[in-house]
Design a protein around this ligand. Structure first.
Ligand SMILES: Cc1cc2nc3c(=O)[nH]c(=O)nc-3n(C[C@H](O)[C@H](O)[C@H](O)COP(=O)(O)OP(=O)(O)OC[C@H]3O[C@@H](n4cnc5c(N)ncnc54)[C@H](O)[C@@H]3O)c2cc1C
Length: 419
């Protein structure tokens, strides 16, 4: 594939395609002018990160008077959405029931792209490597078969010819999902926020919610700066959901996860256009290693380098006191995978960052009403694989909160499965 297949060069130059720091500055300016003396809202969205920004957008689009409350900046690096790129794929190994939601998520990302003129989804293809009996391989084959998703197997020889960057042990399956790729988290969160503001939403940053409670026929939300009322409350607090929804907190475990950007020995071989997204289920380690091509930072934001991570449960942590300093052990774990499977990919480590997973016991999300409340809904427990769904979760949260139900198939994500 040629580079032009990956980056839309024909797209009109719009504000949405501004370099990320400029888009960020533009949205901060809009947020600073976004004052509203009102204290009663149709809906309040608690936490404007991945899911919250999308939810503010859908609520505002449907004409609701919405207040979004975010404790930090939009976006920021202290939660779960930072880091340039998030894989999006349809042959969902975690559970085939996600596939109908993914169909809608892809469609909704495309709608936001058309509405804003931005490129949010980049199709790179996604390679899968692992032993045939590994849950990654078995699960993706099950979803692909059930929903006729295009996934190709290839032989060891074909892999070596087409993707010589990888040295994969014999006995591993080798597959590619050509329609998979990545979405851009910072630009997506910024654009959902910007569109929500343009559609009339009020969004307040650096305003931490301290508590919420039922008060007569409304919900009262108390922050560090004021008290608001709303008819419906939507909680999208990511790793802090444990603190905001105590009745479900036993089902959540927040873990510390590391991402690295490295300098390869051969830069060109790993750049966007020459290299796809990848996942490897190493039979000698738990979890799944995965990564992305090197991205141009003017379009996607920094850091520069070849990005990779390890999808497994890191150290259980509190989001307010998590250790954000990378250790030698963190680095060694990621360098191990590069040296083993991509010998030309590692020369030196450029930077490492900390992110958080919010895990449920079965690693499936919770999209439901908060037990005991008909007017409070929650989206949480994304277990390290939620970002690609933000575009559909915003729609689902709006349906649940404002209509009381959704036509999208989310029964398997009910909170009742843990009661
Ligand atoms: C290293 C890593 C790699 C990942 N890779 C992928 C991937 O490749 N593909 C994929 O689909 N997913 C991936 N994910 C998962 C995905 O990023 C998360 O599932 C998703 O970002 C979760 O969104 P969220 O809205 O729940 O949390 P966040 O985006 O963190 O948003 C929660 C927001 O609520 C705010 N908040 C919380 N409490 C309060 C309060 N009291 N008052 C005000 N504001 C509050 C927070 O500040 C935050 O902004 C990855 C995650 C990590 C950590």
């Amino acid at each position: 594939m040629k580079r032009r297949d990956f980056i839309k060069t024909s797209a009109a130059f719009t504000a949405a395609n501004l370099p990320l720091p400029l888009l960020y500055a533009q949205v901060q300016n809009q947020l600073s002018k976004n004052d509203n003396p009102q204290t009663l809202f149709d809906a309040i969205v608690l936490g404007v990160g991945s899911m919250g920004a999308a939810t503010c957008y859908y609520l505002a689009q449907q004409g609701y008077n919405v207040l979004g409350l975010e404790q930090f900046d939009i976006p920021h690096e202290l939660g779960s959405h930072a880091g340039q790129s998030r894989i999006i794929r349809k042959a969902y190994f975690e559970h085939p029931d996600y596939v109908p939601l993914l169909e809608r998520a892809y469609k909704n990302w495309q709608s936001l792209e058309e509405e804003t003129g931005a490129q949010l989804y980049v199709k790179t293809g996604l390679l899968y490597f692992g032993k045939p009996e590994h849950a990654l391989i078995k699960g993706l084959r099950e979803s692909a078969t059930k929903y006729s998703i295009h996934v190709d197997d290839f032989s060891e020889q074909q892999q070596v010819t087409q993707f010589p960057q990888f040295t994969i042990p014999s006995g591993y399956d080798r597959l590619i999902e050509p329609d998979a790729g990545f979405v851009t988290p910072e630009r997506s969160v910024l654009l959902y926020t910007q569109r929500a503001l343009q559609l009339g939403a009020t969004i307040r940053t650096k305003e931490k919610t301290l508590e919420w409670k039922k008060s007569g026929s409304t919900i009262q939300v108390k922050t560090a700066k004021g008290t608001y009322q709303c008819k419906k409350l939507i909680i999208t607090a990511g790793p802090w959901a444990k603190k905001m929804v105590p009745s479900l907190s036993n089902n959540l475990k927040v873990t510390r996860q590391m991402i690295a950007w490295v300098k390869p020995k051969n830069w060109n071989k790993f750049e966007l256009g020459n290299f796809p997204c990848w996942t490897i289920a190493d039979h000698e380690k738990p979890g799944i290693y995965y990564g992305f091509p090197i991205l141009p930072i003017d379009k996607f934001g920094g850091p520069i380098g070849l990005k990779l991570a390890h999808h497994f449960h890191g150290t259980v942590s509190d989001p307010d006191s998590i250790n954000r300093t990378p250790t030698a052990e963190d680095e060694a774990n990621l360098v191990y995978a590069l040296n083993k499977f991509m010998p030309e990919a590692y020369e030196s480590t450029h930077v490492m960052k900390t992110c958080m997973y919010t895990n449920t016991p079965d690693e499936n999300f919770i999209l439901d009403f908060v037990p005991g409340y008909q007017d409070v809904v929650v989206a949480m427990g994304f277990s390290g694989h939620g970002f690609k769904f933000a575009s559909v979760v915003g729609e689902i949260m709006t349906d649940l909160a404002m209509k009381g139900s959704t036509e999208l198939p989310i029964e398997f994500l009910s909170a009742k499965r843990f009661s």
